[in-house]
Design a protein. Sequence first.
Length: 285
Amino acid sequence: MSVNGTPGFAPEWLALREAADAAARAPELLDPLRAHLAGRTRPDSVLVIRDLGCGTGSMGRWLTPRLAGPQHWVLHDHDAGLLGLAAARLPRTGAGGGRVTVTTRQGDIARLTAEELAGTGLVTASALLDILTREEVDRLAAACSGAGCPVLLALSVVGRVELFPADPLDGAIGSAFNDHQRRLDQGRRLLGPDAVAAAREVFAARGMAVEVRPSPWRLGAAESALTAEWLRGWVGAAREQRPDLAPRAAAYLRRRLEACEAGELRVVVHHSDVLALPPAEGGTG
């Protein structure tokens, strides 16, 4: 996925993390979402779902079989290659055998308006919030609330990582990584680990009911390939943010990768999922 033309993520990385993402997403948010959708749509109507920054489509593959009735997915991403992969791999039936169709939209996902969302039944995204700015999240909230459209935003980092066994450098690496996530990127101040709190605030300010649930990655020996790749990125971002850490960080990464290869490292990477629901028809917001 990408925002405003900034580089996205390699398909290989997205494939590596898909199983962990699926296991982490908060299923308890689906019941209130389904109840809301049931009260807003006829059983035979097509539910239009927009997946923002869809990447290779893992959110669609997870969510499609969990929603009943016919669905039409509109996949948004800046990367044409990822859009092609996502469209090809989206399930063609939902829960109960409802027909699923798909179209793609290439371009900037941070400037959608309420007018563009007219007729949309659900906006969703995965691992997107933390690479947006506060202004972009507020713009998304304004568009969704204006269109009366619910939003399900999964797997946003919250700035907390636990590694077992612990290492004295864990805290410094984690702090530097969080600062890197909040960096100024091409004139955009990214929210990083502050994204969930910001989303809760701006969606609520627009009159939407917001629920937040934890969705942590829990990585053990069976996920060693993902853990190793995540470690390289986590430590690399910390070193970029704080070059003074470089000598110690290199040794730290070697230790952690050796423990990972030996099956001796466990990691919990904390995320949160956010559900924002517009007021019921006839209600006030």
